[in-house]
Design a protein around this ligand. Structure first.
Ligand SMILES: [Zn+2]
Length: 441
């Protein structure tokens, strides 16, 4: 839940916990507040038994109490240190712990609270470690909540213009944030096995950001179903849609808890670490896709009006077409290439990279094997502060080229295309198999 200025949701959440403890929970007091407990409980239940045993009683408190910490900072000053940033010592209510901030800020928040939890757990302080985990899971749960997923429209006044309430409906006037997250549901992750997201805090925060971005996008798909269910007074349908989002983000929370405990123990399964050796950058959201969607300012104009697409190229801007490239003697390049980004000229794609985690970036650059034969493109990879790390001019008749740049301390990587001549009408440019790779030794 989110409170701004007035600690309304804190009071509601605290009343909820107190009532729950006394067994006197009134139906009317339930909100996404109960969702936090349900999601955290579901995630804790999915952890391996040794992790649940390690958390012990604190694991129960995590799911009933600590997962509310960021909502309770007004009424309980003693818990504020668990939900604050050292860089903002005067700010004890951080709205970013409730509403998704931009990706760099999101990464820093996840890194901080995950790091604090790991440090405390590693030192044997399970109680404090669990409190920091409480802030971490609250943040993930709020970001992945449908009621928090429409940028800049937390009370759904804009969404109600797109999806108007029926004549006579109370929702013409009642702010919709509360009702959108008010369902009572349980979260059962079934046989879900939580994933290890990194063998260092920086790496884990980077992957956790990617996972929670998937949850935010999923939460958005539930917004209109919930609104329509509320208009129709169909509470079971509203509950079902909220529960779907709860289960989705519950898996992310389980990953976060499993990763924190693995990092604290500093023991990693070979099978869990192996997939972390490389990252498919085409599956990540570039920073230009603000709010995880493409703004019109990031559209390119040649050879068609559109935005970068993964797995297909838009022929003439209209027809999704398989990606093919000329790469002689290459097995994977024989069929359509799915892990590739199709762009035009000019474009810039910026990716956040955790510094010091990866050894290098490898990517194939070239033009589409059929559509781009008459094209002529300058491909450029840039690092911190726009510094050019590599530049190649490639013509459509030439084969694609493998570009490799060392990542060292890069915190940003940009994949840039520019037209190499005046005629950009065949500049169907492709970044294929962009990979962040760890050193192989
Ligand atoms: Zn909240």
């Amino acid at each position: 839940m989110i409170a701004k200025r007035r600690p309304l949701c804190s009071v509601v959440a605290w009343a909820f916990i107190a009532a729950a403890a006394l067994g006197t929970l009134p139906e009317a007091a339930l909100g996404w507040s109960s969702g936090h407990a349900a999601i955290t409980q579901g995630a804790v239940a999915a952890l391996p038994s040794w992790e649940r045993e390690w958390l012990g009683e604190e694991g129960s408190r995590l799911a009933s109490e600590y997962c509310y910490i960021p909502d309770l900072v007004y009424s309980k000053p003693e818990i504020r240190p668990y939900a604050m940033l050292p860089s903002r010592p005067k700010n004890f209510y951080l709205v970013e712990l409730h509403l998704p901030p931009d990706a760099p800020q999101g990464y820093e928040l996840l890194r901080h609270f995950l790091g604090q939890a790991v440090e405390k757990l590693r030192a044997g302080d399970v109680a404090d470690g669990s409190r920091f985990l409480g802030t971490l899971v609250h943040t993930l749960e709020d970001w992945g909540c449908p009621a928090h997923s429409v940028p800049g429209d937390n009370m759904f006044t804009l969404m109600r213009q797109f999806v108007p309430p029926p004549e006579g409906s109370d929702y013409r006037y009642v702010p919709m944030h509360g009702p959108m997250e008010s369902a009572q549901f349980t979260v059962d992750l079934g046989s879900y096995q939580p994933r290890l997201l990194g063998s260092s805090v920086d790496e884990a925060a980077f992957h956790l950001l990617g996972r929670v971005q998937e949850a935010i996008v999923f939460a958005r798909s539930q917004v209109i179903p919930i609104m329509q269910a509320l208009y129709a007074d169909d509470q079971p349908a509203a509950t079902a849609a909220q529960q779907k989002a709860g289960v989705f983000v519950g898996r992310v929370v389980a990953d976060a808890l499993h990763t924190a405990l693995s990092l604290a123990r500093q023991q990693f399964d070979d099978d869990a670490v192996r997939p972390l050796r490389e990252v498919d950058l085409s599956s990540r959201m570039p920073l230009e896709a603000t709010n995880l969607a493409w703004p019109q300012s990031a559209f390119f104009s040649k050879p068609y009006w559109g935005h970068p697409t993964v797995g297909v190229v838009l022929k003439d801007g209209k027809k999704p077409t398989a990606i093919r490239m000329q790469i002689p003697d290459c097995e994977w390049a024989r069929g359509p290439i799915n892990d590739a980004i199709a762009v035009g000229t000019p474009t810039t794609l910026t990716y956040l990279i955790p510094p010091g985690v990866y050894d290098r970036l490898e990517v194939w650059a070239g033009l589409h094997a059929e559509l781009g034969l008459a094209g002529d493109v300058i491909f450029e990879i840039r690092g911190n502060d726009g510094k050019v790390l590599v530049q190649k001019k490639i013509e459509g008749k030439e084969p694609a080229q493998l570009l490799v740049v060392p990542l060292a301390e890069e915190e940003r990587i940009q994949l840039v295309t520019r037209p190499a001549s005046r005629d950009a009408s065949a500049n169907y440019a492709i970044w294929a198999r962009p990979r962040l790779l760890k050193s192989s030794d």
